[in-house]
Design a protein around this ligand. Structure first.
Ligand SMILES: Nc1ncnc2c1ncn2[C@@H]1O[C@H](COP(=O)(O)OP(=O)(O)O)[C@@H](O)[C@H]1O
Ligand SMILES: [Mg+2]
Length: 1014
């Protein structure tokens, strides 16, 4: 019923509402790219045009400046407009657009609604929770579903972000007189004004502010090696299913990725073998591949992408620029030739491909990206894809990469800004390999940790900033409105506040300076703050801030929001009325939830009788504006004089001078009878409308004055546009400075976040070095500790001293006593340390880790159609092939997916390889305690174990503290009993276990009759 009711609303909406809606969709104040196209000018008081300011969330663009076809329209599809009985025009227009943008879900604006038709209504209606109605037409019933225009953001989010669809939005534009004639009487023209894909969001309200929205392009390049067919043949096809062919593993691939909403732009060179991990680290929303790839290569890439293959878009570019110079028009600054030379061929190829794709998507819409930053594999600790997942670095197994509760990112995050959070995610996904970088970050944390009030001052000011990375990017794309300017202003003000606070702590008070001279700590503080503060550039931004303050009238801006809300409330209340008449109770309830507050506002506003001009720029913003406003004041004075004179002449005290859409400039009088006599004598007056109690008439003087007032307003509007454009240019001129400042604030945010975390969780500063030791005293698992604390339980800390003396720790012990936790906590401590955070331990000394490898758990990867054991062996082969002496490996219960004999054999082989070949720090947990005996002669391997403490009456508890030695009992049955296995099954298991313990000579078969008897 709901849909039917909503459609009825549309039919009931008077044309002024329809026009206002389409007006809003295409009109946005002050955006040169958003200016209302002439064809959209609708009948309305000229003076009212500017007041229809699009609410912030509605991204709207001038028709001919729009990326008219980001998704290439399909050319040559037949238009069947005249074949057979015709669809109504709106439906036919939609059908044509659906054919033209066949890869997109088409949303067609009709009055106050966006609608889906035909199979798209059938398919997406239910997914969007919209009722699908059958519209009766001459050409047969047409399925349709729709939603009110103001819910566009909500539904775009579901379609683009959740369902991963491309969306084409077809807006309606009022035809002017000649357009109407040409189109055979159509009042509205419908055109696709934008197509949206997951990776090409610009400033949509629903974008996750805490995450980057990366679009990634992959470009493999020819390695010159011919594929070695012989190796391929030796491996049975079903075993290589889901893995990359060995001949392609070393194929070089270029990666380039950008975020249109922030202007971030990166490149990296990698190989097909490590592509999966690189892509997992980036966390892109859309991945572009060339249509022209050969099948084998394409298959290899898709295999590497695994689950992320759903994000792939194929794209064809006819001509790819081979040089970075061609990138310049899309960058805020040219990349110097010397820097260009550092980019590899595959990076340049990927970058050119990426930019070509973006250009095609955003036809005509200019962008300014930051110059590309090279990500080099050796600059960061590599966390391979499996480890990223197993250690739940960015997300938990449940939420993928979503940064959900339980992930490392979620556990350590105390940032207060959105862009700070984005940077934190980036840091955590790519811990540094540079002692200088890490120590600089740690220095800042140390300093902020000891000075709570200083830190609180900083975070308070950070909270007052806006996301300048995204704001600035909007301006660089020709977007950005008055609100965005005010947000920038607030951010610049807060940046000044932060700069002053930093300065205060850099210069010690004179009395203290002598005392402090020997105080290393304070010098260090000053140094680390000095470096940060020196990176802030305030002159340009401050000039911009003064300009914004001097130009924008914030009261006027607030007023314009109020007017906007009134209009929204009008539409909502109109819909409410219709629903009350025709809708179901359910419709009504749904509507009233959203609208109650808006209607309340509307009622208040309606009581305000005096309609006032509303300006967003101060009149002093330019001399011309000042003069124009003075002229308008004079005209308003004339209007008052004329009103008074006419009241006098016509003897009508209730006379007012007005403008209405239907009648134009009129004099309006209540109590009509009073004036009829005097009117007759007035030559200048002409009656237009008389009701029982009112009378409206034209008067030549008012008509002339009224149109002069309107012209004056229009001139003011034009001048406002010009001044606004200048402001926008000033923002663009300060682009680099504003972005640089934003990065400093982001780093400060992370510094404060780490300091708060360290204080809260009693983390310590790790000491990083170039050695090969990992010395953790009293280490804890950051996430498990917090989880246990929530339940009022304490976490048992453990030391981990692996390195040159004891390179491998072989850990045995009962189920559930904390082996896996111990393994992971040590990997996480290394990651945190190299991110530049304090770590959960009493003392930590860590030799830089180049790669972390994890072989944990035994989740079947059904998606890849591989068995547990196959997955396990593939992960293990990566480790044995790639780990270096600088690496850190954790192996948890390897060999579990096969027979105990095979498992032990594989486990031993791994230990042997890790010990003799890889020579890396390794934590190895296993239930195969015979491995301890088999590795007796490995001098640098030590055995540790967890335990179970048995109490009276069969009670027991886990001993989470590690001790030296081997624990040969896994106490599995205790856990089985805890888990609720039937007592009879436990007894059976115990019997089997006893028969094993009695010695290998007792065949299990002998036990069976007893079991049967028991
Ligand atoms: N050091 C510890 N202190 C307190 N509780 C712990 C500790 N380590 C593990 N646990 C608890 O024991 C549970 C099982 O730990 P886990 O590492 O999976 O054991 P294992 O791998 O030995 O079977 C964890 O979920 C946690 O609740
Ligand atoms: Mg375990």
């Amino acid at each position: 019923m709901r849909n039917v009711a909503l459609y009825t609303i549309r039919q009931h909406l008077p044309s002024r509402w329809l026009s206002r809606c389409s007006y809003r969709c295409s009109g946005r104040l002050f955006g040169s790219a958003f200016d209302r196209p002439e064809s959209c000018l609708l009948p309305g008081p000229p003076g009212s045009q500017i007041q229809h300011r699009g609410a912030k969330s509605r991204a709207t663009v001038q028709l001919d400046e729009l990326p008219s076809s980001p998704i290439e329209p399909c050319i040559g599809l037949p238009e069947v407009e005249n074949a057979g009985p015709a669809y109504p025009t709106v439906v036919q227009q939609a059908l044509n657009n659906m054919r033209k943008y066949e890869k997109c879900v088409l949303l067609t604006r009709v009055g106050s609604f966006y609608e889906l038709y035909f199979d798209q209504a059938d398919k997406y209606g239910p997914l969007l929770n919209l009722k699908v109605a059958q519209k009766k037409t001459a050409a047969g019933p047409v399925p349709m579903a729709g939603f009110p225009f103001y819910q566009l953001d909500r539904f775009l989010k579901i379609l683009v972000q959740d369902l991963n669809q491309f969306v084409a939005i077809s807006e309606e534009f009022a035809n002017n007189a000649s357009g109407t004639v040409k189109s055979g009487g159509l009042l509205f023209e419908r055109k696709v004004t934008r197509t949206i894909s997951p990776g090409t969001l610009i400033d949509e309200k629903f974008m996750d502010p805490y995450e980057n929205n990366f679009l990634l392009a992959l470009q493999p390049i020819d390695s010159g090696q011919s594929p070695d067919a012989s190796t391929e043949k030796t491996i049975p096809a079903e075993l290589t299913k889901g893995s990359i062919s060995p001949t392609l593993i070393s194929r070089r691939v270029g990666l380039a990725w950008l975020d249109l909403s922030t202007g971030d732009f990166f490149t990296q060179a990698t190989t097909l073998g490590t592509l999966g991990s690189a892509v997992a680290r980036i966390g892109a929303r859309e991945i572009v591949l060339s249509n022209g790839l050969d099948d084998g290569l394409k298959q290899g890439i898709l295999t590497a992408l695994e689950q992320q293959r759903d994000l792939v878009t194929y794209h064809t570019t006819l001509h790819l620029e081979a040089s970075m110079t061609s990138w310049t028009p899309m960058l805020e600054a040219e990349v110097p030739i010397k820097t260009q030379a550092t980019f590899s061929g595959e990076e340049v190829a990927a970058g050119s491909f990426l930019l070509a794709y973006v250009r095609d998507r955003l036809q005509g819409l200019g962008i300014r990206l930051q110059p590309p930053v090279r990500r080099q594999e050796k600059e960061t600790m590599s966390i391979d894809k499996n480890s990223m997942g197993a250690l739940e670095v960015l997300g938990t197994s449940k939420d993928g990469l979503g940064g959900g509760k339980g992930s490392l990112l979620h556990t350590v995050r105390r940032t207060v800004t959105k862009s700070g959070t984005r940077l934190l995610r980036d840091w955590i996904a790519s811990p540094s390999m540079s002692l200088t970088v890490i120590n600089a970050r740690l220095d800042l944390v140390s300093q902020l940790l000891n000075r709570r009030s200083f830190r609180e001052d900083i975070t308070d000011m950070l909270r007052r900033t806006y996301d300048s990375q995204r704001l600035v990017q909007k301006f660089s794309m020709g977007r950005g409105d008055a609100d965005d300017l005010v947000s920038l202003l607030r951010t610049i003000e807060a940046t000044n506040g932060i700069a002053n606070t930093l300065k205060k702590h850099i210069t010690p008070p004179p009395a203290q300076s002598l005392l402090d001279n020997n105080n290393n700590n304070n010098q260090q503080l000053r140094h680390s703050l000095q470096t940060l503060s020196a990176r802030l550039s305030l002159d340009g931004p401050n000039r911009l801030a003064s300009l914004i303050t001097a130009s924008i009238d914030e009261d006027g801006l607030m007023e314009s929001h109020r007017i906007q809300e009134t209009e929204d409330a009008d539409i909502v209340s109109m819909a409410q009325e219709v629903l009350q008449k025709e809708g179901s109770a359910e419709d009504h309830a749904a509507m009233s939830r959203v609208s109650r507050s808006k209607i309340k506002q509307k009622v208040n506003i309606e009581q305000d009788p005096e309609e006032k001009d509303n300006w967003i720029l101060r009149r002093s913003a330019s001399p011309v504006l000042e003069a124009l406003h003075n002229a308008l004041d004079d005209l308003h004075g004339d209007k008052t004089t004329l009103t008074l004179r006419l009241r006098e002449d016509l003897n009508a005290q209730s006379l007012t001078l007005r403008w209405t859409p239907g009648m134009g400039y009129i004099c309006h009088v209540r109590g009509a009878k009073d004036v009829s006599a005097s009117l007759k004598t007035s030559v200048a007056a002409r009656d237009v409308k008389t009701t029982k109690s009112t009378r409206s008439f034209h008067h030549a003087e008012w008509s002339g004055l009224g149109s002069r007032i309107d012209q004056a307003k229009q001139r003011i509007r034009a001048e406002e546009q010009r001044v606004f454009q200048q402001l926008r240019e000033q923002v663009v001129l300060n682009l680099v400075r504003l972005r640089r400042n934003a990065t400093v604030l982001d780093e400060l945010d992370i510094g404060c976040s780490f300091a708060i975390l360290a204080e809260e969780q009693k983390f310590v500063r790790p000491v990083l070095n170039l050695g090969l030791d990992h010395r953790i005293v009293g280490g804890r698992h950051p996430t498990v500790t917090m989880g246990l604390e929530e339940q009022g339980r304490a976490f048992v800390s453990n030391d981990c001293l692996i390195g040159e003396k004891e390179r491998i720790w072989l850990i045995t012990g009962p189920n559930m006593a904390g082996k896996s936790t111990f393994l992971r906590q040590n990997a996480l401590i290394s990651i945190l340390a190299q991110v530049g955070s304090f770590v959960p331990a009493e003392h930590a000394e860590i030799g830089l880790v180049d790669q972390i490898f994890t072989r944990v758990g035994s989740a079947d990867n059904l998606f890849r159609d591989q068995s547990t054991f196959m997955v396990e062996m593939m992960e293990t082969s990566t480790i044995l092939n790639q780990a270096t002496p600088q690496s850190f490996v954790i192996m948890d219960e390897i060999g579990r997916g096969t027979t105990p004999e095979d498992g032990i054999a594989v486990g031993y082989a791994c230990l042997h390889h890790l010990y003799h070949k890889n020579r890396c720090r390794t934590l190895f947990a296993t239930h195969f305690h015979s491995l301890a005996d088999m590795t007796n002669d490995f001098k640098h391997l030590a055995c540790y174990c967890t335990d179970v403490a048995e109490g009276p009456g069969g009670s027991f508890s886990f001993v989470h503290r590690l001790r030296k030695g081997v624990n040969r009992s896994s106490h599995a049955l205790k856990v089985a009993r805890l888990a609720g296995l039937p007592e009879s099954a436990i007894e059976t298991a115990q019997m089997v276990l006893d028969s094993f313990n009695a010695g290998p000579s007792v065949p299990i078969g002998d036990a069976q009759p007893q079991i049967a008897k028991g």
